[in-house]
Design a protein around this ligand. Structure first.
Ligand SMILES: Nc1ncnc2c1ncn2[C@@H]1O[C@H](COP(=O)(O)OP(=O)(O)OP(=O)(O)O)[C@@H](O)[C@H]1O
Length: 263
């Protein structure tokens, strides 16, 4: 029987591209993440927020398999990835943003993206391939640079970029993996207001063709571009839903402000 879903509702609740159930992680006797359920959906930005030490990075690392869960299940579409290694998961289409240190400062922007395009799984660079063999990748690399607003700087050295532009380059190198799920760990950290706005626009654009999870402290950006929000506190889900719902939740207000009555 067909479900009674309107045309408007259908794209708003696509099936989860990446989901976890009962996700838990202990370090020795300390339980850093407890029983987390999360669904990251195609075409939507899922923001993972919470006070310092809430467990956001641990969840991020569990979902990308850089950490093994103590309990729970992680599904990538119909595939159980709970016990897969990070390289395998990356090959399937789950990409995490790379740190700036992973870009090659002496190389041009376009060569950085070409190198990313020939990575088999986003984790290893094949240094034995001569740079000249990357030339055929240049048109695709230019498209990616254009997408992140860096096409006019394609031949500049990566090391000469401003901080905000390095992060945009990092997004281009991550998009080179053609991910179906993109996980971003504090993509706006350390940026000035102008770069924050550019990057927020870029993330919103990227999310039109994939599922995005971002760990983020900048609540006004989360309010602007986040479709689904999970608030963690002491490793557990405190609240989950759209911004209007979670921001009105007295427990969230208390966690962030120390008192329910503050504005
Ligand atoms: N490898 C580890 N060994 C022991 N404890 C850890 C380890 N990694 C994280 N923790 C602890 O787990 C808890 C959650 O840490 P996590 O880094 O996930 O929090 P977070 O929400 O990302 O914090 P922040 O916003 O400060 O980055 C913290 O109490 C932290 O000290």
């Amino acid at each position: 029987m067909m479900a009674n879903v309107s045309a408007h509702d259908a794209p708003a609740r696509p099936r989860a591209a990446l989901s976890a159930r009962g996700l838990s992680k202990s370090f020795g006797n300390f339980q850093a993440v407890k029983d987390v359920d999360i669904d990251i959906r195609h075409g939507r930005i899922h923001a993972l927020i919470g006070p310092n030490g809430a467990g956001k990075s641990t969840v991020f690392n569990l979902l990308t398999k850089f950490l093994q869960p103590s309990a729970g299940k992680i599904m990538y579409g119909e595939t159980d990835i709970t016990r897969m290694d990070p390289a395998h998961v990356a090959r399937l289409g789950v990409a995490r943003s790379f740190q700036i240190s992973a870009t090659f400062g002496d190389m041009s922007l376009v060569d950085n993206v070409c190198v990313a395009l020939q990575r088999p799984n986003g984790l290893a660079v094949q240094f034995w391939r001569p740079l000249s063999s990357l030339t055929r990748l240049r048109p695709r690399a230019m498209d990616l640079l254009d997408r992140v607003g860096l096409a006019d700087m394609a031949d500049h050295r990566a090391a000469d970029l401003s901080y905000g532009r390095k992060r945009a380059l990092e997004i281009a190198t991550t998009l080179a993996l053609d991910p179906r799920v993109l996980l971003l760990d504090e993509p706006l950290a350390g940026m000035g207001q102008e770069d924050v706005e550019t990057m927020a626009g870029l993330i919103a654009d990227v999310a039109r063709d994939c599922a995005v999870l971002m760990v983020e402290h900048n609540i006004s950006v989360v309010a602007d571009i986040g479709h689904d929000i999970t608030v963690l506190q002491r490793g557990e889900i405190l609240s989950q839903g759209g911004y209007a719902k979670v921001s009105a939740d007295p427990r969230v207000r208390e966690a962030y402000m120390g008192t329910e009555d503050d504005d």
